[in-house]
Design a protein around this ligand. Structure first.
Ligand code: DON
Length: 586
């Protein structure tokens, strides 16, 4: 690992300093924030960017810029999404990854759309009782923080599949920016410095991770350069050999060796067998808008369309944003969708998921008819009490649109922040802890949000159920928005509220993203509400309907792109909840 203090000539700073697009981005960002242009190594990153010909919005400036540079060089939105995703694997280690997995929705300029599923899989040895300890009890530790918590990674296979079918640039050109960022380093932001400092004690138990993210045991300060030479080596293998650079040869061997050392079950055979899948997206409609989102093994698109269908029969605009009556109908829609999510959603290659019924207008009408306009949970009670678990925001979502109007929506993750905390020695990347998204154990359902239903139990090569909801909105054949968010189960509800803000409340792009959000997930029976969603006094009216309201905590980080209906301009909106979020375009 190489470390040096930043200077204006640092290669790690070049992407932001030396390109016209970045300069425009910084000008726009600074202007929006009302600040003078920031020439410090960690530039201001908040604010909205307008562009005509291409846009990337992601969780780190260098990653947005890596994608925008691909667009400027003539690559398409899929190419840019791959370059951005690989760059985030270097600059945004909480969630950006090559050791995890996720989902990509692509909408082509002619309105066709497709979905790339690169969700992790359980290894061949997996079984439903694998998270039970020697004492015969379910073990959170095994399920979430052990080598058994690691799923077979999918990201590199997903990007390779998307490139093979829909990319236009040469693969090495898409990987090279991330190689440079890893080899030469990038400027550490305040947020990343604080995040790494906060994890220092936890990472002491993971020597390869500790070595990778601290300089001789000392945290990086904002503005310093973090280089990751082992990661650069792995990315070079991916650049030169494509997916085989990850799933076969040296990288696969290093993963398998780490698994063996730590009692994990992933073998070189598991890695060689991993395949990303192309799937039919979920399609729905909401008041004349077309919704294109992720099918199972994510629950996201199905639950999103189910909730929108319920709300379509409610005068949402008439109820008004931030009113207790609107909140009540949102919550009741969530209560229904999350019950069905628990009952039915899982990997469609293993379970029969009734997607057509769950996303039908008829089913939504039946559910809506059971909703009492003034009382909580009447037709679908939530019989577990307690506050919903706090979901971490450490997945990441990014959005891309190119000059032809091809749009790409990607949400991918290591599951928890920094995943399993396990860095593969010699390979320099973090492994996910996605096995935690399988149900804990057959029959175990409780107030923490554990669900013991059958379809989403761990089985050999099954994909664990996800909530990630990369989504694209269109109307009359034209692209309207590219949206998505991190936040575990809150993701689906965040995306729901983005759509409602767009369609019913006709808010500006900034307001659509900044507006406060709420979350209910059927079990437990409680709402999490961002402070400011409504005046606290109105919260008492909601409580009088039978809702338990828990205030506070941010929900979601929605890095989105909207198309201005009048001018056709692309409006990139980094979520103001994330100080590192950045738009780059041209
Ligand atoms: O796939 C999922 O739904 C989760 N693994 C995403 C995790 C997330 O958003 C951050 N925190 N829990």
């Amino acid at each position: 690992m190489r470390v040096k203090l930043p200077s204006p000539d640092d290669p790690g700073m070049r992407p932001l300093k030396a390109t016209a697009g970045a300069a425009i981005a910084l000008l726009a960002l600074a202007a929006c924030a009302g600040d003078p242009i920031d020439s410090s190594p960690t530039p201001a990153t908040r604010g909205v960017l307008q562009a005509e010909a291409g846009m990337v919005v992601s969780a780190y400036p260098d990653a947005s810029e890596a994608g925008a540079a691909v667009l400027r060089a003539g690559g398409n939105a899929v190419d840019a999404a791959i370059a951005t995703g690989l760059a985030l694997a270097v600059t945004h280690p909480t969630a950006g990854n090559i050791g995890g997995g996720g989902f990509m929705i692509i909408r082509f300029p002619d309105g066709r759309a497709t979905a790339i599923d690169f969700r992790e899989k359980a290894p061949l040895r997996a079984h439903p009782e694998m998270f039970v300890g020697e004492d015969g009890e379910y073990s959170y530790q095994i399920h979430h923080r052990s080598h058994l918590a690691v799923g077979v990674p999918g990201t590199v296979a997903g990007f390779a599949l998307a490139h093979e079918r829909y990319g236009s640039a040469d693969w090495p050109e898409l990987v090279e920016p991330s190689v440079t960022l890893a080899r030469d380093g990038f400027v550490v932001s305040e947020r990343l410095a604080a995040s790494l400092e906060g994890r220092m004690e936890a990472f002491r138990d993971y020597p390869a991770t500790f070595e990778q993210f601290y300089r001789d045991g000392v945290p990086y300060r904002p503005g310093e350069i973090l280089a990751q030479s082992d990661l650069a080596g792995t990315l070079e293998r991916i650049r030169d050999e494509g997916r085989d650079g990850f799933y076969r040869g040296a990288t696969a061997r290093l993963i398998a060796e780490e698994m063996e050392r730590g009692g994990g079950w992933i073998t070189e055979e598991d890695l060689a067998r991993y395949e990303a899948q192309e799937r039919e997206p979920i399609r729905g409609s909401y008041r004349g808008h077309e919704i294109i989102s992720m099918p199972p093994p994510s629950s996201g698109g199905t639950a999103l369309v189910q909730m929108l269908n319920i709300l379509e029969g409610v005068d949402v605009a008439g109820l008004g944003a931030g009113t207790p009556e609107y909140a009540h109908h949102l919550i009741e829609s969530m209560r229904h969708a999350f019950r069905d999510r628990a009952m039915h959603l899982a990997d469609p290659d293993f379970a029969d998921v009734p997607v057509a019924r769950l996303t039908s207008k008829e089913y939504a009408a039946e559910l809506r008819a059971g909703i009492d306009a003034t009382a909580a949970g009447v037709s679908n009670p939530s019989d577990v009490e307690g506050a919903p678990p706090a979901e971490s925001m450490e997945t990441t979502h990014y959005s891309v649109v190119d000059a032809d109007g091809m749009a790409v929506s990607v949400t991918y993750t290591l599951e928890g922040g920094y995943g399993s905390y396990i860095t593969v020695p010699g390979a320099g990347f973090l492994l996910n802890n996605e096995m935690g998204d399988f149900n804990a154990r057959p029959g175990l359902t409780d107030a923490r949000g554990l669900i013991g239903t059958e379809p989403n139990l761990a089985r050999p090569e099954q994909r664990m159920l996800s909530s990630m909801t990369p989504t694209i909105v269109a109307r009359d054949g034209e692209l309207v928005a590219v949206i998505g968010s991190p936040g575990g189960r809150t993701i689906i509800n965040t995306v729901l509220q983005l759509v409602v803000n767009l369609v019913d409340f006709r808010e500006s792009p900034e307001e659509i993203v900044a507006a406060k959000r709420l979350h209910h997930q059927w079990l437990p029976n409680a709402v999490r509400m961002e402070t400011g969603f409504m005046p606290e006094a109105d919260g008492e009216r909601l409580a009088a309907m039978g809702h338990e309201v828990n205030w506070g905590r941010g929900q979601g980080i929605a890095h989105c792109i909207f198309v201005d209906a009048e001018t056709g301009a692309l409006v990139g909106v980094p979520d103001p909840r994330d100080s590192d979020g950045a738009a780059a375009g041209h």
